[in-house]
Structure formats: structure tokens, C-alpha cells
Design a protein around this ligand. Structure first.
Ligand SMILES: *Cc1c(COP(=O)(O)O)cnc(C)c1O
Length: 418
């Protein structure tokens, strides 16, 4: 690795300099974007390995190219480990990203025009859950359920009525900005009544399910669970589709040759590495600490007059209504925190009256900070910095001083692999 980087330094100083800059940025700031993380050093090494050179269209034992002795080994390892970690019958480890993984599920199990029930996007659903701007939103008919923003609850009588009326082929739960857990049993009962497939997109909390800190939809009889591998799971960028034996062949055919060509075998190898890590006690402890940190951070923010959507969190993330709390829209709040090396992202809130680029809030989460070893006491400090800066967005002296404090604080928490 070091050798390869010194080639880069010598032959492409522009890219090398940007890479070093990004390393420094990741070290000297606190990463609170809930979808980001610092991966394992072994994953970085595997991603930069010779597996990137190899074409492996097809599946282990059934490839369209020769020379597959070792790629077959790693893909089989990744699949078997995924089945153990998520307690499922079948795993496809080839999706190139979360978006491709969800597309492969819809395209493999549904017909164009079919109805899918999914969470309203401003209430927490993801772009790939049929946003009107997405291709999937044009191909399929998405009907929406909403949450009660005061506590995050879902009115299942209403969901049932809407499901009986719209007859979805699939009911999808899972989210990108919903700070609560899902009542899988309630969704499953409604799906069974209307004859719909059940799918959870666990992209954000896959690592917390793997670590045993959040419930596993498979245990509630869900047909399909998808998760990205680079968020709370701390692996390389990629996606996993976990499903029943019955759907295995449809899912595999949908990923390849339906949607993708050659899988990225360097990422598949890195997913195998991640899924062995996910079985360790250390990872269980990590997942537990992510949730504990989130609870502590949420409580500290609320104690400091910050309005949280749903009033708190049951997972690793929270959505702050910055307009209500500080008179700042989400873009302004994100910019103020950027100035002090605390990275967050602007976020629409349920039924947001403001547009997506100037929404009413920000979203923060604890997976990355926890990877660096931050614990509950550090969350108190973090809440103080966030609130003080958002209350005084124009106090350059305060922001400068906070930035110095954050940078010094970060030195206590090494980034894995750096
Ligand atoms: C992040 C995310 C995705 C998409 O993942 P990409 O790798 O960015 O394509 C899909 N669904 C949910 C719920 C997500 O949070």
C-alpha cells in the first residue's frame, strides 16, 4: 500500500495532494453524517488489491470468464458470511451500491406499473424508494405512508386501509432519515392480508442489526432485506440483498445479467472481510455504543433547547429542526458547523414547507464518531459545541475558538487505517 502511494505521489501529485487533504480533513473533524463511517484498515487494503483487476461476470462456479479460482473463493465466503451475520437463506453480494441493490429488487420481483407502499420521502424514505425524480418512481407506482412527527409513530390502521385500497405488490419499510425503529410485525401482518411481498431497506442500520443492537426484519419473516455495506456496517461501498431461498434465483438473475455486468471483486473481497469483523464481540460492542452515543447526544441536545423531529431517537441518527430551534435553515446550520469541523447534512423534515436545498433541519448520527472511540461523555461535549455555534452563527471569534477545540479534541481519537 505505502509503495503504491509513493508511486502516486511521484507520478500524479494533483491526485496525491487531494488524497492527503481528504485524509487530513477526515482526521481533524468530527464526522456526524449518519450515512458515513471509517472503514477497517483491512478493507482499505483489500479495495486497493489485485482483485480490482478481475472480471467475474456470473456467480461462483458459473462464470463467463476463466481464472476464477480465487474470486469464487471470496464471493462464496462473502455470501456464506452474510447468511450467518443476517440469519438469512440467501445473499447476493454483487450490487455496486445501495441504489443498484434496490433497483435489482424492484426489477426482479415486480412488473412495471406495479404498486409499492413505502415511507413518504420527507418523513424518512430514501430517493430509491420511488422519488418522482428517480427512474424507479416512473416505472412503478409508489403509494406513501407517513409518520407522526411528534413521536415518529405510524398509524397502522391507516396503512392497512391504504393497502387494502391500493393492493400493493410490495410493502417496503426502511429509511434514510427516520430516527425510530420499525414495527416489522405490523407491516408483515398487513402485507400478508393483502398478499404483498415484504422488503426492508436497512441501508442505514445494517451494521446495528449485524451487531445485534437492532431487530432483524428476517426474524419477522420478511422476504427481502437490503443494506448498503459502507454505512453502519463499516465496509466498502456496496450493497447486499438478503432474501429467502424461494426468491434467490429471481434476485440473482436481476442483479446479473438483469442490471449489472462484472461485479467489483475488490469490493466483494472487502465485504467478506467486513462480514467476518461483524461477527466479533468488538463489533457487537461497537453497535451497542453507537446507539448509546445517539441516545446521549439526543438527550443533551434536547436539554439545550434543540427541537428533534419525533422528540428523540431509537437508532443511530437524529433530525434537528434548526429553523424552530435556532432560526437557521438547514443549509445555514450545515455551513456554520462546517466552519468548526463538525460535518452534518441539511435535511428535509416531515412535510417541510422549505425546499430541499434550504430545508428546515439537519441530520446527524453517531456511527463514524463511535468508530473513532468516542463515548457518551464525548457526546455531551459535542452537544455543547453544536448548540453554542448554532446559537451564535455570526460570532467568528467563537467559531474560530471552537474549531481549534474540535481539532485538538480529534487528536485523541485516531482514524482506523490512518
Ligand atoms: C444510502 C441509502 C441508499 C443508497 O445507497 P447508495 O450506495 O448511495 O446508492 C439506499 N437506501 C437507503 C435507505 C439509504 O440510506
Amino acid at each position: 500500500m505505502t509503495d503504491n502511494l509513493s508511486y502516486l505521489e511521484e507520478n500524479d501529485p494533483a491526485v496525491f495532494t487531494a488524497l492527503k487533504g481528504e485524509e487530513q480533513r477526515q482526521k481533524s473533524g468530527i464526522e456526524l453524517i449518519p450515512s458515513e463511517n471509517y472503514t477497517f484498515p483491512e478493507v482499505l487494503a483489500t479495495l486497493g488489491s489485485v482483485f480490482t483487476n478481475k472480471y467475474s461476470e456470473g456467480y461462483p462456479g458459473r462464470r463467463y470468464y476463466g481464472g476464477q479460482e480465487f474470486t469464487d473463493q471470496i464471493e462464496t465466503l462473502a455470501r456464506e458470511r452474510a447468511k450467518v451475520v443476517f440469519n438469512c437463506e440467501h445473499a447476493n453480494v454483487q450490487p455496486l451500491s445501495g441504489s443498484a441493490m434496490n433497483q435489482a429488487v424492484y426489477l426482479g420481483l415486480l412488473e412495471p406499473g406495479d404498486t409499492v407502499m413505502a415511507m413518504d420521502l420527507s418523513h424518512g424514505g430514501h430517493l430509491t424508494h420511488g422519488a418522482p425524480v428517480s427512474h424507479m418512481g416512473k416505472l412503478f407506482n409508489f403509494v406513501r405512508y407517513v409518520t407522526d412527527p411528534s413521536d415518529g409513530s405510524i398509524d397502522f390502521n391507516q396503512v392497512r386501509k391504504d393497502a387494502l385500497a391500493s393492493k400493493p405488490k410490495m410493502i417496503l419499510c426502511g429509511y434514510t432519515s427516520y430516527p425510530r425503529d420499525v414495527d416489522y410485525a405490523a407491516f408483515k401482518a398487513i402485507a400478508d392480508e393483502v398478499g404483498a411481498l415484504t422488503m426492508t431497506d436497512a441501508s442505514h442500520f445494517g451494521g446495528l442489526v449485524a451487531g445485534g443492537s437492532m431487530r432483524n426484519p428476517i426474524d419477522f419473516g420478511f422476504d427481502v432485506v437490503t443494506t448498503t455495506t459502507h454505512k453502519s456496517l463499516r465496509g466498502p461501498r456496496g450493497g447486499l440483498i438478503l432474501c429467502t431461498k424461494k426468491l434467490a434465483s429471481k434476485i440473482d438473475k436481476s442483479v446479473f445479467p438483469g442490471l449489472q455486468g462484472g461485479p467489483h471483486m475488490n469490493a466483494v473481497a472487502a465485504i467478506a472481510v467486513t462480514l467476518l469483523k461483524a461477527q466479533t464481540d468488538e463489533f457487537k460492542q461497537y453497535a451497542h455504543q453507537v446507539l448509546s452515543n445517539a441516545k446521549t447526544l439526543a438527550t443533551a441536545l434536547i436539554e439545550n433547547q434543540t427541537a428533534l423531529v419525533t422528540g428523540g431517537t431509537d437508532n443511530h441518527m437524529m433530525v434537528l429542526n434548526t429553523v424552530e430551534s435556532f432560526g437557521l435553515d438547514g443549509r445555514m446550520a450545515e455551513e456554520v458547523l462546517d466552519k468548526v469541523n463538525i460535518t452534518t447534512n441539511k435535511q428535509i423534515i416531515p412535510d417541510d414547507p422549505n425546499p430541499p436545498l434550504r430545508p428546515s433541519g439537519i441530520r446527524i448520527g453517531t456511527p463514524a464518531a463511535t468508530t473513532r472511540g468516542m463515548v457518551d461523555a464525548d457526546m455531551q461535549q459535542l452537544a455543547q459545541w453544536i448548540v453554542t455555534c448554532l446559537q451564535n452563527p455570526e460570532d467568528e471569534a467563537l467559531l474560530g475558538q471552537t474549531r481549534d477545540e474540535v481539532t485538538a479534541f480529534c487528536e485523541r481519537f485516531p482514524v482506523p487505517g490512518l
